[in-house]
Design a protein around this ligand. Structure first.
Ligand code: GDG
Length: 737
């Protein structure tokens, strides 16, 4: 059963409500609608307490007319809140941007994709309408779960008004590869819209990776293990393969009335094996292509004629769109052609139904079908495949499934085909019929157990629990965030101290990180700030850097400042540079050739040779390749490292190699132990600064710049924020003097 650890009220928001409202001769008719989202989320919704579902009821405002109020109160009985749309919005938003732009593009049908600014405008306006509906019914403490591609701007619209809201977003269709997604003129707005959520879910890891790839290339945001920092808010992106209500299908299949129905159909088709095909009418489902495969199967394996029947159910969908009407007539012509070509007086190869069928009949068909032919050209998940398996009570039957449907990732035991390879599919049909009963049973049994475990309730619980987890993590992060109150207290402590030690990392802490290290030289503002800090009585300022001593000397040599260079290989103490006596360069000749190989293999990367360390920089490489190579390089260095006493550490787009004993912590300790300081502060932005934080006495003030995990006690989002803090420190101390 569905379990939500947070116990908060859940507001489900999707384009369509799970019901379809119509007005026939003045009276309101409410009918269950058909579709994957309705079936899956619908089951979950029923099991949620206090939940509300916001969506369009399938009727235009014009048609609803004076009955709008009645519809609202009728739907309220089922906890549905309708959002009424005018006909023009339905045309431009639903039949326009949603179904002429996003749907084809996200399913890799770039050639069917239309681009219209007017339709996008309508998309934006309808998303705003949905936002208003959310604000009118929800409150900030509710969990808001937004579904699917129609509402991709909604997460950020809600976030803008309610910065702390708990927002989940789930995409039911594929998220395409970057090369496809980039074709969309509004790609930035769409990504930013989705990123308003705290948790973003997809059916498969492929879609997760495609999304993260697009975010990285289009918005320049780097993820860390599926987590992204968006305007100081940590969000999570993960895969949640949607399940079904397993027990509902399995138990329904065992009901006497369903068994009776199944028996009747079987009797009518006696002597024939049944192949089942069920889809909404859509070009992504590959219905004409499937017919072509069945035709080839008839041609190639004539022994099966009169022994097999294809039951093809096509459920009407998006009938207003011209293309769908054409597709319907093409399918019907093709069915007629095959039936005419192979049919006999006693037998028709295809039983074709263009309508939706009652649930019990659907389950009866799943139950008796020898083969389910699920060969969409592209499908986010495909629940039909899962429902077929769950409805098997005698554990026999074969699923043939497209590799381009999300479900194939969880149905490894089925016959997986390339839906464009008609030979492959025709042969798979034949193989399904010659498969041993034992193999069929084994395959069905394994898939059934998996579906039972990861059912729709587990899917909902996992998504909701991860959403509350990420909210908890966000508030933990905020706890470290330096508040105005903490700032005031720290500055007070600092300004009343007689001796203060300030240990400051350079790149990313005092200046912005740049593509090339030599571009990050100190600007006038920073030089003034450092001079001010040094001039204050009792202050000792140490720049703790991984940079070489010559660069640091060039920049800061004229100031009365202490310095740590190359992570501690050199220390400038009271004006004199000292070198750690244990250092030598014997290891470099072993490591340099390896680094050179990585430079050759990774365009844009380069080696920086410092006196006692080496750094491989990859900030200017293709991000994905750079990250992969950095991991490989660390692996390759691992074997050398143990023998040579060196270690490779990852910094910000750099891998640094140096002796183990050289680190910012050991070097800084020389300054810490010099005297009894009244106030110690250390600030840094990357992993090498964690060594520094770990040697600080307990009452020190440690500040992490940025949002990665840290040992530091406080956090400031950016180097600019940290400079402001330093300026305040200077001002307050000046006042004390
Ligand atoms: C989208 C994504 C993703 C079908 N015919 C009848 C009927 N159905 C029900 C099935 C099933 C649902 O409709 C179809 O679900 P799918 O998953 O196959 O497809 P989409 O509607 O395109 O759904 C898809 C899904 O969202 C969920 O995330 O899997 O990839 O495109 O549940 O049982 N139900 C009844 N009569 C019918 O004739 N009663």
């Amino acid at each position: 059963m569905y379990q939500n650890s947070s116990k908060k009220r859940v507001i489900i928001v999707s384009n369509r409500l799970p019901v379809n409202v119509s007005r026939i001769e003045g009276s309101i008719k409410i009918k269950q609608s058909v579709g994957g989202l309705t079936t899956g989320v619908g089951a979950l919704f029923k099991s949620m307490k206090n939940s509300i579902w916001i969506g369009w009821p399938g009727i235009s405002s014009e048609k609803a007319g004076a009955a709008e109020a009645d519809i609202v109160s009728e739907l309220a009985k089922s906890k549905y809140k309708p959002v009424f749309l005018k006909k023009i919005s339905i045309d431009n938003f639903y039949y326009g941007f949603c179904n002429r732009t996003i749907w084809p593009l996200f399913h890799y049908f770039a050639r069917y994709t239309e681009y219209s600014e007017r339709q996008f405008e309508s998309f934006r306006r309808v998303n705003e309408l949905f936002a208003e509906a959310v604000f009118s019914i929800a409150d900030k403490n509710d969990v808001i779960w937004i579904h699917d591609y129609h509402l991709m701007l909604l997460p950020s619209l809600i976030r803008k008004k309610w910065p702390e809201a708990s927002i989940g977003f789930f995409l039911h269709i594929p998220f395409p590869a970057y090369e496809i997604f980039r074709l969309l003129p509004q790609r930035r707005e769409i990504l930013k819209g989705i990123l308003g959520a705290d948790l973003i879910g997809f059916h498969t890891y492929d879609y997760v990776n495609h999304f993260l790839d697009s975010v990285r290339r289009i918005l320049g945001l780097e993820n860390r293990l599926g987590q992204l920092l968006v305007e100081n808010r940590l969000i999570k992106i993960d895969s949640y393969p949607m399940g079904i209500d397993y027990d509902l299908f399995n138990n329904t299949a065992k009901k006497p009335v369903v068994k009776k129905e199944a028996g009747k159909i079987k009797k009518r088709l006696e002597g024939c094996k049944i192949i089942l095909s069920i889809d909404r009418l859509d070009y992504t489902k590959g219905i004409p292509e499937r017919l072509r495969c069945y035709e080839l199967f008839m041609e190639r394996y004539p022994e099966y004629r009169e022994k097999v029947i294809l039951i093809m159910i096509v459920v009407p969908s998006r009938v207003q769109l011209k293309y769908y009407q054409l597709m319907k007539s093409d399918i019907e012509k093709y069915v007629g052609k095959i039936n005419g070509k192979y049919g006999t007086l006693k037998w028709v190869p295809i039983h074709y139904l263009y309508r939706s069928i009652p649930f019990n009949m659907l389950v009866a068909l799943y139950n008796i079908a020898d083969v389910a032919l699920v060969t969409p050209l592209r499908d986010g998940m495909n629940l039909v495949a899962k429902e077929y398996i769950a409805s098997k009570t005698d554990d026999t039957g074969v699923l043939i499934c497209s590799e381009t449907a999300g479900v194939s990732k969880e149905a490894g035991e089925s016959l997986i085909v390339n839906p464009n390879d008609i030979n492959d599919v025709a042969d798979a049909i034949k193989n399904a019929f010659v498969m041993s009963e034992k193999d069929k049973k084994n395959a069905i049994d394994v898939m059934k157990r998996r579906l039972k475990r990861f059912d729709i309730y587990r899917w909902g619980s996992e998504f909701m629990n991860d959403l509350s987890e990420i909210k908890r993590y966000q508030s933990h992060m905020r706890a470290k965030q330096m508040t105005d109150l903490v700032k005031t207290q720290l500055i007070k402590r600092y300004s009343s101290s007689d001796t203060a030690l300030l240990l400051l990392d350079y790149d990313g802490t005092l200046v912005q990180l740049k593509e090339k290290p030599d571009q990050a030289s100190p600007d006038d503002e920073l030089m003034t700030l450092l001079k001010d800090l040094i001039s204050l009585k009792g202050n000792t300022v140490v720049v703790v850097s991984g940079r070489d001593r010559n660069t640091l000397e060039k920049w800061f040599g004229a100031l009365n400042i202490q310095m740590i260079a190359e992570h501690g290989a050199f220390i400038k103490n009271d004006g004199i540079w000292e070198k750690d006596p244990r250092l030598d360069n014997s290891w470099k000749k072993e490591v340099l050739p390896l680094l050179e190989q990585y430079v050759d293999r990774t365009t844009g990367s380069f080696i920086e040779e410092k006196e006692f360390s080496l750094a491989w920089h990859y900030r200017m490489t293709d991000v994905k390749l750079g990250n992969i190579r950095a991991r490989e390089l660390k692996g390759a260095l691992f074997n050398l490292a143990g023998n040579l006493g060196i270690s490779a550490i990852s910094g910000n787009k750099v891998v640094e190699i140096k002796y183990n004993f050289v680190n910012k912590g050991n070097a800084s300790f020389r300054f810490i132990e010099k005297k009894r300081w009244d106030f110690i502060m250390a600030a840094g932005d990357d992993v090498t600064d964690e060594d520094l934080f770990s040697v600080l006495p307990d009452d020190s003030c440690s500040i992490k710049i940025g949002y990665d995990a840290t040992k530091a006690v406080y956090r400031i989002g950016s180097y600019e924020g940290f400079r402001d803090f330093l300026k305040e420190m200077v001002e307050s101390r000046k006042l004390q003097m």
